[in-house]
Design a protein around this ligand. Structure first.
Ligand code: AMP
Length: 214
């Protein structure tokens, strides 16, 4: 089961990817999480990615492509994978196709999670992330019991720098310019499956499962 989750930032790709991963036992590969993890550990990669992330811009293709190539070659990807936040440019999509061909694999479905722009801004600016375990909350729709504290692990909740409104708008512009052309690209490959990401979380998951199990 080789899946790609496409859609603007804030479409709920990460949340759904976690749930699919738990249900089907295939790894959730989020390039954004890989960068944030590197940043937390103070690696060179993390410091380099931060410059772009703080501005809401995309990290250069050659950096991201190398990371994904290494990750997809790991044994836990043998049964499949869920890519979340990759590819985000035409060059990344071409590179993905080539690296999968080298591994004797191909994408089964590209799930295009659709959410209107204003809903995305509203979602992201109210998003809070746990500094320790990475769990994500929404101050209105999925609030923690105690403000600023993670229900799961007691860690501190924070607003990601790139979830501030100005950066969210910049990320959406990057999405429109560089990532949204991939919708037509994958449609042309016969892989695109549209999902209404504005629906309730369980309903979105149901729609995804219907596609996977069809
Ligand atoms: P995300 O958590 O997927 O929203 O990613 C957070 C940030 O990481 C993005 O705004 C980019 O700066 C960077 N990033 C993540 N994935 C990619 C990618 N495939 N290509 C370029 N930059 C990326």
């Amino acid at each position: 089961m080789n899946l790609v989750l496409l859609g603007p930032p804030g479409a709920g790709k990460g949340t759904q990817a976690e749930r699919i991963s738990a249900l089907y036992g295939v790894p959730h590969i989020s390039t954004g999480d890989i960068f944030r993890d590197n940043l937390k550990r103070g690696t060179v990669l993390g410091r380099r990615a931060k410059e772009y992330m703080d501005r809401g811009e995309l990290v250069p293709d050659e950096v991201v492509i190398g990371i994904v190539r290494d990750r997809l070659a790991k044994p836990d990807c043998e049964k499949g994978f869920i890519l979340d936040g990759f590819p985000r440019t035409a060059a990344q999509a071409d590179a993905l196709k080539a690296m999968l061909a080298d591994l004797g694999k191909a994408i089964d479905h590209v799930l295009n999670v659709q959410v209107p722009e204003e809903a995305v801004v509203e979602r992201l600016t109210a998003r809070r992330t746990c500094r320790s375990c990475g769990k994500v909350y929404h101050l209105v729709f999925d609030p923690p019991a105690k403000e600023d504290t993670c229900d799961a692990c007691g860690g501190e909740l924070y607003c990601r720098d790139d979830d501030k409104e100005e950066t969210v708008r910049a990320r959406l512009r990057e999405y429109e310019d560089k990532t949204s052309p991939l919708i037509a690209y994958y449609e042309g490959e016969g892989l695109l499956r549209n999902i209404n990401g504005a629906a309730e979380m369980d309903e979105v998951l149901r729609a995804i499962r219907d596609i996977i199990e069809a």
